[in-house]
Every structure is written in structure tokens, then in C-alpha cells.
Design a protein. Structure first.
Ligand SMILES: NC(=O)c1ccc[n+]([C@@H]2O[C@H](COP(=O)([O-])OP(=O)(O)OC[C@H]3O[C@@H](n4cnc5c(N)ncnc54)[C@H](O)[C@@H]3O)[C@@H](O)[C@H]2O)c1
Ligand SMILES: [Zn+2]
Length: 384
């Protein structure tokens, strides 16, 4: 729709274009996605003679599943090109994004009809998602997450991005995929450390809005990590609740026009801490530290009681997450981290702070003195 303002004089002619873009994408479990008989992945896009797909696959995933993936497309008579990427947080950059763009160009990817299929962890999904946004101003893409973190978090929203200017995800876009297929059998080849990492994001969701999820983590978390989230229904229930909570928060606020977001929990101080500590801390570990820091802050304010604060720490420990890092006591860094978050949230803190497990409110009045006091309290909790 457009509006032509006829009342304006010759030199001030004005047309206003107004439109709404419908957004629809799915997040769907599909076990054994690359079993040649499973046709889910080929539901969208061209089929039949000459049908093609462009795949972007994480190098480690390729090591374990490359043969299976290639066989899937051969058996289904799909011509494909496979772009293998060594994707690490330290390589989540412009060069990797352009490497993928160049491979798309070499493949002569169509504008629609040949959805790009991205198979990997959160890092690759973010970079390849950005490349999909940029190529021909946007080509469709399908996410196939292969880490627990990507399954429950990075695959659920519409964000893409790369790190730049020494800041996390400083360049990126909101760009909806066609959808995501979640296959938990990928998790068997992940280390326990990788699964712990993901549990940082699940813990975030539990503490900020889902007490039942917290209790499930408390009861089954460490066992599920050992079992790599296979077989048992509790593993699925934890994933489902986590994803459901995320969808519930994202769907009404996909473009983040409302900046009071519960899912920002754990992402106040952690972005800078993670960046400075790289590659020592993974994303989920940094998020977990931020979660614990916020709980201690809440406890110092007399909001979250001692017993619940203790429970959160115990669960974090059970899940193999760190409960302290020296950077949390670097006041200059903590201040800059909060300042950058305030800039990101348009000038006010909008900090989601849990009052109890599963219930939170937003605050704008956290002072440097309070941060310092919280850091000291965190340090005191750490066994020497
Ligand atoms: N877009 C979003 O909304 C969103 C949300 C949360 C996190 N993220 C991003 O996700 C990233 C973290 O993702 P991650 O934790 O998945 O890290 P990652 O993508 O680096 O994967 C972790 C490691 O596991 C390997 N790997 C992946 N799948 C494997 C498998 N099945 N078997 C064996 N090894 C495998 C990878 O090669 C990598 O070495 C961060 O950059 C974060 O910003 C994005
Ligand atoms: Zn995160």
C-alpha cells in the first residue's frame, strides 16, 4: 500500500510506502533426518529431475555424518554441492560469511526453489543464516542444528550474525528461515562439555520463567548429559519445554521492538566476558555465569532467597557449568559490559532479574556499587 500526499507543494512531494511482511517458519523434531526414507528435509524446494541443493556443513559434523548426508541426497537423486566449514566462535567472521557467499555464487544458486540447507551448531547457523540473508538480498534456508544449544536456542528465532569490532554478533540480521528440523541423534557425537555448554541456555530459561523445567534439570540433568540426551523421555521433555518457552517469548516480539525480553536473561554481562575470555569460555558457560551473577544480585537485594540461590548454584554445578570466573571481578570490564548492554537496549538496563526460580521482573537501577558487591559475593562463594 502507498499513500500520495497531494497536499504538499511541488518541492515537497511525498509518497509513503507501507507494507507488512508475513512471517512463518517451523521448528520441528524429525528423528533420523538423513535416513534416505525420511523425506522431511525435501518437503520444501524443487524435486524431480535436475533438482539441486546447496549444503553448508560444519567440518566436525562432516567427519561424523558426511557419508550419511551425501548418501541421503544421492539416494534421493538430488544434485548437491557441499560447502564444508571449520566453524568456531573465533571464526564467526566476515571471511567465513564471504567464503559461503562465494560458494553460493559458484553453485549458481537460484533465488528460490533451492533452499540452502545448513547443518551444524549455533556458530554455523548464525554465519550461514547471514550469508542466506545477503545472497541475492535473501535466499531461503533450512536449519539443521547438530548441537544441543543450537537445537534449543539458535534454531528457534530469526537472528543471524557474525562477530565484528571485537563484539559478539555486532553485524547481523533478523531473517526467518524456512524452518528447522531437530534431530537429537546428532547429539551422540558431542562431548559432555558441549552438552554442559548447552545446558547453560536451558538453565537460563528455567530460572527466568519455568520452574518445572528447573526441577527436571535438577532431577535428571547430569544423568541426561552422560546419556547425551538419547532415548529417555525426560531429555525430550527438557528440550520441548525449553523450545516452547523460547517460542512463547519470541513469537509476539520477533523483531525485538519490545526490549524488555525475559530471554535476555544471562546475556547482560556475558557477551563481553565471553568475547574477552575466548576461546576459554563457550557461549553457554558465559550465559550460566551471568545467570548465577544475576541470582546473587537478586539475593543481595533480598529478592531471591538463600535456599533458591543455593539450588541454582547446585544445579549449575551438577550440569558441569562454571560457577565463577575471575573476569566477573574485573570492574572496568563489568561496567563496560553493562554499558554496552544498555546501548543495545536503547538507553536503559531492562535487566530481567529472577525474584524466585521461574519468576522475574525487570530492573533499571543496578549501580556500579551493587555490581561490585555482587562480584565480591560471587568470589566468596568460590571454593579456594
Ligand atoms: N541466532 C540465535 O538466536 C542464537 C541463539 C543462541 C546462540 N547462538 C549462537 O550459537 C553459537 C554457539 O553455538 P554452539 O554452542 O552450537 O557452538 P558451535 O557451533 O561452535 O558448536 C560447538 C562445537 O561442536 C562441533 N559440533 C557441532 N555439531 C556436532 C556434532 N553433532 N557432533 C560432534 N561435534 C559437533 C562444532 O564443530 C564445534 O566445534 C554462538 O555463536 C551464539 O551466538 C545464536
Ligand atoms: Zn545465548
Amino acid at each position: 500500500m502507498f499513500h500520495h500526499d497531494k497536499s504538499k507543494g511541488l518541492h515537497k512531494k511525498k509518497w509513503t510506502v507501507q507494507t507488512k511482511v508475513p512471517v512463518s517458519f517451523f521448528v520441528q523434531f524429525s528423528e533420523n533426518l538423513f535416513d534416505p526414507k525420511n523425506s522431511d528435509l525435501l518437503e520444501v524446494g524443487a524435486r524431480g529431475p535436475g533438482a539441486r541443493r546447496f549444503l553448508v556443513v560444519d567440518e566436525n559434523v562432516h567427519k561424523h555424518y558426511g557419508e550419511k548426508i551425501e548418501k541421503y541426497f544421492k539416494k534421493n537423486k538430488i544434485v548437491f554441492a557441499l560447502c564444508k566449514i571449520h566453524s568456531h566462535e573465533t571464526r564467526k567472521d566476515v571471511d567465513t560469511a564471504f567464503f559461503i557467499l562465494k560458494a553460493m555464487e559458484d553453485f549458481k544458486l537460484q533465488r528460490t526453489g533451492e533452499p540452502v540447507i545448513v547443518v551444524g551448531g549455533g556458530v554455523l547457523l548464525d554465519i550461514a543464516g547471514l550469508a542466506a540473508t545477503l545472497y541475492r538480498r535473501g535466499v531461503p534456508y533450512i536449519r539443521v542444528p547438530t548441537t544441543l544449544l543450537a537445537l534449543v536456542d539458535a534454531s528457534v528465532g530469526v537472528k543471524t550474525g557474525i562477530n565484528h569490532f571485537s563484539r559478539r554478533n555486532r553485524i547481523g540480521s533478523y531473517y526467518a528461515p524456512v524452518g528447522a528440523y531437530l534431530d537429537r541423534t546428532f547429539l551422540v557425537t558431542l562431548s559432555e562439555k558441549e552438552l554442559s555448554n548447552a545446558s547453560g541456555e536451558i538453565l537460563k530459561m528455567a530460572v527466568i520463567k519455568d520452574k518445572k523445567l528447573f526441577e527436571l534439570l535438577e532431577k535428571h540433568g547430569s544423568r541426561l548429559i552422560k546419556e547425551k540426551f538419547q532415548k529417555s523421555s525426560e531429555g525430550l521433555e527438557i528440550m520441548h519445554r525449553s523450545i516452547h518457552g523460547m517460542v512463547e517469548e519470541l513469537a509476539p516480539n520477533l523483531w525485538e521492538t519490545e526490549m524488555k525480553r525475559l530471554v535476555n536473561f544471562g546475556h547482560t554481562w556475558s557477551p563481553l566476558i565471553e568475547m574477552v575470555a575466548l576461546p576459554e569460555l563457550s557461549h553457554g558457560e558465559a550465559v550460566a555465569l551471568d545467570v548465577l551473577f544475576s541470582c546473587v544480585l537478586s539475593n543481595q537485594r533480598g529478592l531471591m532467597n538463600d535456599k533458591e540461590t543455593e539450588r541454582v548454584f547446585r544445579v549449575a554445578k551438577d550440569l558441569g557449568l562454571p560457577t565463577f570466573h575471575p573476569l566477573l571481578t574485573d570492574m572496568a570490564l563489568m561496567e563496560e559490559a553493562l554499558a554496552d548492554t544498555v546501548r543495545h537496549r536503547n538507553g536503559s538496563q531492562k535487566l530481567p532479574i529472577p525474584l524466585s526460580i521461574g519468576y522475574a521482573e525487570f530492573y533499571n537501577d543496578v549501580t556500579p556499587e551493587e555490581v561490585k558487591k555482587t562480584s565480591a559475593a560471587m568470589k566468596k562463594r568460590t571454593p579456594k
